[in-house]
Design a protein around this ligand. Sequence first.
Ligand SMILES: Nc1ncnc2c1ncn2[C@@H]1O[C@H](COP(=O)(O)OP(=O)(O)OP(=O)(O)O)[C@@H](O)[C@H]1O
Ligand SMILES: [Mg+2]
Length: 246
Amino acid sequence: MAKIISVVSGKGGTGKSTLSAALSKSLASSNRKVLAIDLDIGLRSLDILLSLENKVVFDFGDILDGKCSIEAAMIPHDSIETLFLLSSPNVVSKSFSIQGLISLIKSLSKSFDFIILDMPAGLGISIIMARELADLNLVVTVPDAITLRDTRKISDAISTNTSRPSRLIINRVSKSALLSSGIKDLDEMIDSVGIPLLGVIPEDEWINSTIPQKRSTKNSITIAKIFDAIGERINGHYVPLIFRQI
Ligand SMILES: Nc1ncnc2c1ncn2[C@@H]1O[C@H](COP(=O)(O)OP(=O)(O)OP(=O)(O)O)[C@@H](O)[C@H]1O
Ligand SMILES: [Mg+2]
């Protein structure tokens, strides 16, 4: 059965989709069979982040409506053989139910090593999925007091009356972000959210660049290592934090 990892945050724009795409690529590159599912109904982005936007024909809404087979909606990645995307519909039909979606994802888990759920921001569907389905919740935050407060809220909501584990990912970390937010250090952010840290991702303006030359700079090599390290930690290995001038 696949390990199901949900990627959530209280506030929008913290980097959930960026992490979902990069982590899916990293895990699949180490020969695990990975399915990335975009659950941001109406606001999908994983197709672009995985460079598969021209390949999306069907989505999970079509499977649930019986308009296509599961196989027809699975989009294979161009260069990573063991990576697949299941995209999100722009709108769902009247018969859509979250329980139906949960059953679909459970049935898919037999065929993969990892399923990565890229969730929309906020407390709605994320909380249900995180509490009912996820083997691990990655709670993404950025160094900003308001975002940290919302991160605490979503993390508390996920962990109430459930033993499903959550881990913190602090994204967009830089000296200037810490300075301008008045946050002293990483420990202060970990303490304010109250869940263990799994990874720290630095601010990197080329993180999702579609310009290959920019992606192959020294920075993006470091960033790739950071996502690999997060993947390794998910697999239970100890990998020290990789800091870059923080
Ligand atoms: N470490 C980073 N450094 C610089 N920019 C980043 C970083 N992580 C994400 N971004 C940028 O932040 C923006 C939001 O990222 P992303 O779409 O991954 O967030 P999200 O949490 O999925 O947003 P939403 O809640 O709208 O789904 C994007 O423009 C992305 O390129
Ligand atoms: Mg997103």
